[in-house]
Structure formats: structure tokens, C-alpha cells
Write a protein that binds this ligand. Structure first.
Ligand SMILES: CC(C)(COP(=O)(O)OP(=O)(O)OC[C@H]1O[C@@H](n2cnc3c(N)ncnc32)[C@H](O)[C@@H]1OP(=O)(O)O)[C@@H](O)C(=O)NCCC(=O)NCCS
Length: 195
């Protein structure tokens, strides 16, 4: 199919789906369809599959970065979602542990996969002894902010970073905010912790 036709078909299907995904009733039902979806730290094959999803035409170059852990959600052998745990060891504004690049394929949104991926990142950060996990998110991204708040993230003001985000907003027209979760006192209780 021509790329433009594919895009048009996608728009026609995705717009009503997006509306449905706003309904908590839909999200409860969609959660039942999650079976068969697995969440894993990505190995090389998983990363290849992810890059093919992002840009099927671009040649794939995989570079290992010890400060990044990639997670993918897969259905059969296809990557449908992605998130990263990133640490910046240097003592600067971005030092610490960060959740980055959370992204769910539109058709799989509202099933609870974003929540599971975020929890996987939190658990991994905890195994590294992280006290806090942070992220930046566009302030108009209600779905993502709803997800992060549900898990225990709160808006945080970090002097220096706040000014950077202000400057970025002037350049791009998009204001991002910092959110963090204290992993010692809040955040997720995974089923294993309950035992
Ligand atoms: C934001 C995003 C990651 C959410 O992932 P998801 O798998 O669809 O979210 P989940 O199904 O796990 O939902 C978890 C919670 O998030 C909130 N939420 C997610 N989608 C929502 C929607 N469409 N409407 C309202 N709340 C929503 C709800 O609080 C929901 O909990 P609930 O169903 O018990 O009410 C996904 O929509 C996405 O990939 N968006 C585009 C990329 C993006 O914005 N990434 C974040 C960058 S910081």
C-alpha cells in the first residue's frame, strides 16, 4: 500500500481509538486483551526490532551504553512498546536515575502496558539502589501525566533545570515539566513485594 494511503487509513482508525482510550471503561476492558504481551529488558534482537519499528528504512547501528537499560514489550516477536532507564553519573543537573522515551504503539494504548513498563523501570532502578526516579514530560500530555501520577510521581522544581526547561519552551513552544518519585517512600508495590 502507498505510504500516503497507509497514513490516511491510520488517521481514520487512530482518531476514534484515541477517543475510546480516554474512557476508563474502555481501558478496563482493553486490559483484558493484554494476554500474550511480555515485557523484557531488550537484548540486541529486541533493539533491532525496535529500530525497525521507529524507522524501517534507516540502517541499524546498535551501540551499547552501560548507563542505559532498554525495555521492550513484545507481542509474538514484534516490539510494540519501549522505555529506557537512564543514569547520568556526572554531578550535574541531570545526575541520577531517569525514565526516558516511554512509547506505546497507538493501537495498544489504554491496556495498562505503559503502567507495566514504568513499573519495570522502577523495579530495575531499585535494584541499583536508586533513591529517586525522575522524568520530564510535556505539561499538556495529560495521558502520560495521569499514568505517572497514578504510580506516585509528583511535580518537582529543580533550580537550574527549571530555567533550562523554560528556555526550551521558548524555543520549541512546548513546556516540559520535571516529575519524580521517591523510591524509598513511594512508588510501586509489585506483586512480589506483597508476598
Ligand atoms: C502516555 C502513554 C505512554 C500511556 O501508556 P498506556 O499504555 O496507554 O497507559 P496505561 O494503559 O498503562 O494507563 C495507565 C494510566 O494512565 C492514565 N491514562 C493513560 N491513557 C489515558 C487516556 N487515554 N485517558 C486518560 N487517562 C489515561 C490513566 O491514569 C491510566 O490508569 P487507569 O486506566 O487505571 O485510569 C501512551 O499513551 C503513549 O505512548 N503516548 C505517546 C507517547 C508519550 O506521550 N510518551 C510519554 C512521554 S513522557
Amino acid at each position: 500500500m502507498e505510504a500516503s494511503i497507509k497514513q490516511a487509513v491510520r488517521k481514520v482508525l487512530i482518531y476514534p481509538l484515541d477517543k475510546l482510550q480516554h474512557l476508563s471503561f474502555y481501558r478496563r476492558l482493553a486490559g483484558l486483551l493484554k494476554r500474550g504481551i511480555t515485557i523484557k529488558e531488550a537484548n540486541e534482537e529486541g533493539m533491532r526490532s525496535f529500530y525497525r519499528w521507529v524507522n524501517p528504512k534507516k540502517p541499524i547501528a546498535i551501540r551499547r551504553n552501560p548507563n542505559v537499560t532498554n525495555f521492550v514489550a513484545k507481542k509474538a516477536h514484534k516490539v510494540i512498546d519501549f522505555v529506557q532507564l537512564v543514569t547520568h553519573p556526572n554531578n550535574n543537573l541531570y545526575s541520577g536515575w531517569w525514565l526516558s522515551s516511554l512509547s506505546i504503539k497507538p493501537i495498544y494504548r489504554g491496556m495498562g502496558i505503559g503502567e507495566e513498563l514504568t513499573k519495570a523501570v522502577i523495579e530495575k532502578a531499585k535494584t541499583h539502589g536508586a533513591k529517586e526516579l525522575s522524568l520530564v514530560v510535556r505539561e499538556d500530555n495529560k495521558n502520560a501525566i495521569g499514568l505517572y501520577k497514578k504510580i506516585g510521581f509528583k511535580r518537582k522544581i529543580k533550580p537550574g533545570l527549571e530555567e533550562n526547561l523554560e528556555k526550551e519552551a521558548i524555543k520549541t513552544g512546548h513546556r516540559r515539566i520535571l516529575m519524580s518519585v521517591n523510591l524509598r517512600t513511594e512508588g510501586v508495590t509489585m506483586p512480589n513485594d506483597e508476598i
